[in-house]
Ligand binder design. Structure first.
Ligand SMILES: [Zn+2]
Length: 161
């Protein structure tokens, strides 16, 4: 378990920090079979990214720098002209897609994915309703846990048959 502001996984590259070490250790030493990147509704980090949180870049330069790892999600959501009331939820969801992409840039993850020894999933936890939605990697939309379970069971059957 690795928790941080904005459920961020920095992409693999020159700057390697704690999250990258956790990913590598979990995959190569602990042989985890599944990695879940989990965001949540009304996320303060995503509100910061949306510009609706009380904090500013000047107040919190380090948090601001960390959130650059989610900047691409903001760019995508901005391009879609999402309404003001939908903005934070759209960022929460787009940030999950982005961090899953980042996760796949880690050599340990890419290697195990290629061997089909690892699965990655994106979840959003809706705190108000106590519900989880799962990113469907076929249509890129979020679906209920029941829908995700059925889809993944079908896939497992196809792969076996
Ligand atoms: Zn949060």
């Amino acid at each position: 378990m690795c928790r941080n502001i904005g459920n961020i996984v920095p992409a693999y590259g020159e700057m390697l920090g704690g999250v990258s070490a956790v990913v590598e250790y979990a995959v190569l030493a602990l042989n985890v079979r599944q990695i879940v990147v989990c965001g949540h509704s009304d996320c303060g980090a995503m509100r910061g990214l949306a510009g609706t949180a009380p904090m500013t870049a000047e107040d919190m330069p380090t948090v601001n720098a960390w959130l650059r790892n989610a900047e691409t999600a903001r760019s995508v959501v901005q391009a879609r002209n999402v309404g003001r009331d939908q903005l934070v939820q759209a960022l929460v969801e787009e940030n999950i897609r982005l961090q899953l992409m980042h996760l796949r840039t880690h050599p340990s993850v890419a290697g195990r994915l290629a061997q089909r020894r690892l699965d990655v999933q994106g979840w959003v936890y809706d705190i108000g309703h106590g519900r989880i939605t799962v990113l469907n990697d076929e249509n890129d939309q979020f679906e209920t846990v029941r829908e995700a379970r059925e889809r993944l069971q079908q896939r497992a059957l196809r792969q076996r048959g």
